[in-house]
Design a protein around this ligand. Structure first.
Ligand SMILES: Cc1cc2nc3c(=O)[nH]c(=O)nc-3n(C[C@H](O)[C@H](O)[C@H](O)COP(=O)(O)OP(=O)(O)OC[C@H]3O[C@@H](n4cnc5c(N)ncnc54)[C@H](O)[C@@H]3O)c2cc1C
Length: 424
């Protein structure tokens, strides 16, 4: 008999979400994490979780504990354009985003997973090998735990939730599809900063560069810059000075005089996009960054980790509980994941940091004065509906011709909160 129904590798966003959902479905789950401390957390993450994840966070009961730990909720981001601000409307129906620093979020998710009946949280266990049958199917993992000898764990399904550099994927020799990222990024946190743009956060797409200002937990304000890589030499010579100059030139920038910068600059100069086959071998499935590690600029990764984990559990908990064939469930997971795949394809193009296309410029300009296009743009930016909410012929014609053009989309309501469902 297997030791568990499911082994989840990685106890971070994707792993804890999957483990919690499987445990609640009555399964026996091992969640294996290389870090020893329950307080361990990812440091290289801007932790802004887009509104499209709101439903999943509510359904899993994560939203309220995040708020209780101090998370900041953002109901509408203002977007700067050279023709004025796109101002978020309170009645847009676009779900709110949430931000809790990973130093609080990761321990919280681990706490919730560990308290779920059926879930064994195994800290300090680094996966170093896979248990495979003669046909190559994955039957379990081998972990190393400090000086103790290797431990073999077996289960019907191994879930790789071990991030961007997934060890599980490497051990299974899963090919990686890389795409370059032509921007780099740095951010920091301020106490006592005041926002001057509209909404409860702002984003500035300025030429090939992007900047953001977001509220986070503990009343802090996060300011981040995502310049195209041709500006890298400025930041190499004097990182803080270049950051300060960048922010000082933003229109309606936040007031930082008298504010206290409470962290060093955090960021990276290169972060390529990676995607891998979701179900590379029988008995093995990938979620979160292990499956799709997207450009950090649109802040999608945490949401994808929560959502892909929830979709996988929705699709496979029942066949796992009943001992049924998993293939149909895994096909359902792949289908649900197409939502992410479509956005990732667009994100990879955006990561080339080209100047905005004529279509992007037309849509942004139209959204300044057209509330319907503004709402669609917000639903798209929050990943709260499929890309077609914005990228459709009706919006394109209306953006190109102006608000008095026949509203080809008028009969089709913008359904910003539509989520992919996992067919059973
Ligand atoms: C600079 C930057 C900024 C970002 N900003 C945002 C943002 O603002 N909003 C957003 O939504 N996303 C953002 N992201 C993306 C986000 O950080 C990731 O998408 C998210 O962390 C993915 O979660 P995950 O659970 O899949 O993987 P991870 O959070 O990477 O977790 C992987 C877990 O697996 C464990 N692990 C790894 N190897 C092993 C092993 N061999 N054995 C056992 N355990 C193992 C790790 O210790 C870790 O706990 C950003 C990313 C970067 C790089």
């Amino acid at each position: 008999m297997d030791d568990y129904d499911v082994i989840v590798v990685g106890a971070s966003i994707a792993g804890c979400t999957a483990a919690t959902a499987y445990g609640r479905a009555g399964l026996r789950v091992a969640v294996v994490e290389r870090h020893r401390s329950p307080q361990a957390h990812k440091t290289l993450c801007g932790h802004f979780v887009l509104g499209g994840t709101h439903d999943v966070l509510q359904r899993l009961g994560f939203w309220q504990p995040m708020v209780t730990r101090g998370a900041a909720v953002t109901t509408g981001l203002g977007m700067w354009t050279e023709h004025g601000w796109i101002v978020p409307r309170p009645d847009s129906g676009v779900p709110p985003a949430i931000s809790l620093r990973r130093s609080k979020l990761d321990p919280l998710l681990r706490e919730i997973a560990a308290a779920t009946p059926g879930v064994d949280l195994m800290l300090g266990h680094r996966v170093v090998g896979l248990v495979q049958d003669r046909a190559g199917g994955v039957r379990g993992v081998v972990t190393a735990n400090g000086t103790a000898g290797p431990t073999e764990l077996r289960a019907r399904l191994v879930v790789g939730a071990d991030g961007h550099h997934s060890t599980v994927a490497r051990l299974a020799e899963v090919p990686e599809d890389h795409a370059p990222n032509e921007r780099f990024l740095f951010w920091t946190y301020y106490e006592g900063a005041t926002m001057n743009g509209p909404g409860d956060g702002q984003v500035w797409p300025v030429g090939r560069d992007v900047a953001v200002c977001i509220r986070v937990d503990d009343g802090l304000t996060q300011v981040g810059v995502f310049p195209a890589k041709d500006r890298l030499p400025e930041f190499t010579d004097d990182r803080q000075g270049a950051f300060d100059r960048f922010v000082a030139h933003l229109p309606d920038r936040p007031s930082l005089d008298g504010a206290r910068q409470v962290s060093n600059l955090i960021g990276t100069t290169d972060y390529p996009c990676i995607r891998r086959d979701l179900t590379p071998l029988p008995g093995l499935v990938l979620i979160g960054d292990a499956a799709t590690s997207s450009d950090p600029v649109p802040a999608v990764g945490c949401g994808w980790a929560f959502r892909s984990a929830a979709w996988l559990a929705d699709a496979t908990a029942e066949p796992l509980a009943w001992g049924h064939d998993l293939r149909q469930g895994l096909r359902s997971y792949r289908r649900a994941h197409r939502f992410i795949d479509k956005y990732d394809a667009l994100g990879r193009r955006e990561a080339r940091a080209r100047p905005p296309s004529a279509l992007q410029r037309a849509i942004r300009t139209a959204a300044v004065s057209d509330p319907d296009i503004a709402r669609r743009l917000a639903a798209f930016a929050m990943r709260a509906a499929p890309p077609s909410v914005l990228l459709n012929p009706g919006v394109m014609i209306r953006a190109a011709v102006g608000p008095r053009a026949p509203d080809l989309e008028a009969r089709r309501p913008a359904t910003p909160a539509r989520q992919p469902t996992v067919p059973r």
